[in-house]
Design a protein around this ligand. Structure first.
Ligand SMILES: Nc1ncnc2c1ncn2[C@@H]1O[C@H](COP(=O)(O)OP(=O)(O)OP(=O)(O)O)[C@@H](O)[C@H]1O
Ligand SMILES: [Mg+2]
Length: 248
């Protein structure tokens, strides 16, 4: 693969909250078409890495290249307009607003629903999520957790991502629902969408990802093909707090 196949290239990222260092040194890359997982325990620095990559928090060191361009100092809005889109941890929907309004907000970078382009995108997204189509007028906050996560993904798709970053897909959801949503992501990836999946439930993420990074203490502890990491007992025990059996 050539350099131009790399969509996201994070180089030696460092990020602080005041004096506290949350990301010490993270380098990570995502190639076009890949589904890459980022796994790691509570407080490892995964969400902070995402905030640094998407421009929500200004990194204190390192670089974030997107499609070859140095975007380290670009605002989150500008990055969204370039195709770097995130589904945030905890979903952050507008619970009192309708499903439709939440979706429209996702198209903000492309002129909301005023543009013909956004209307076409909405039709496409609703085709992928018929369940949301049935519920367009419903208040987002009145839906089940799984439906809300679906809406958060659909809202992200409304921004026409070239790379979709999803932070903690599984948060607060039952295993069966997590399975269903993981399948949705695998299907989106098979249809051509590049995805960076940040997930505490390592085994779910490793099952659908091509490549994975294990984050511990603000650094990359390991990375490699997902299947290899899933078989590596040290990864499962030392970094993810799982027993050997769980890795089998
Ligand atoms: N807004 C903030 N202000 C100060 N410290 C923060 C803030 N957000 C995170 N931290 C700290 O940064 C470190 C990394 O946290 P982060 O949320 O990035 O981890 P994480 O890997 O996403 O964890 P989780 O799996 O719980 O989502 C932690 O020590 C956390 O307490
Ligand atoms: Mg997090």
């Amino acid at each position: 693969m050539s350099e131009s196949d790399i969509l996201l290239d994070i180089r030696s990222l460092e990020l602080r909250y005041g004096a506290a260092v949350a990301v010490r040194d993270i380098s990570l890359s995502v190639k076009r078409g890949q589904l890459v997982a980022v796994i790691g325990n509570n407080g490892a620095g995964k969400s902070s890495m995402v905030r640094g990559a998407t421009g929500l928090v200004r990194p204190s060191g390192g670089q974030v290249l997107f499609k070859g361009e140095d975007t380290t100092r670009l605002s989150a809005n500008k990055k969204v307009a370039r195709g770097l889109v995130m589904v945030p941890e905890g979903r952050l929907l507008f619970p009192d607003q309708s499903v439709e309004d939440n979706l429209i907000l996702g198209a903000y970078a492309h002129g909301g629903l005023k543009s013909e382009r956004s209307k076409a995108t909405l039709e496409k997204v609703l085709g992928l999520f018929p369940r949301l189509k049935e519920r367009l007028p419903q208040q987002a906050g009145s839906m089940s957790g799984g439906e809300q996560q679906m809406l958060a993904i659909a809202r992200g798709l409304m921004a026409e991502p070239e790379l979709l970053i999803i932070d903690e897909l599984s948060l607060g959801l039952a295993p069966k629902i997590v399975d269903q949503l993981m399948r949705v992501l695998a299907d989106l990836n098979a249809a051509g969408l590049t995805i960076l999946l940040v997930e505490q439930l390592a085994s779910y993420a490793l099952a659908i990802a091509d490549h994975a990074y294990v984050i511990a203490n603000g650094r990359v502890a390991r990375h490699g093909p997902s299947a290899e990491l899933a078989r590596d007992p040290e990864v499962m025990e030392a970094f993810l707090g799982k027993k050997k059996k769980a890795a089998a």
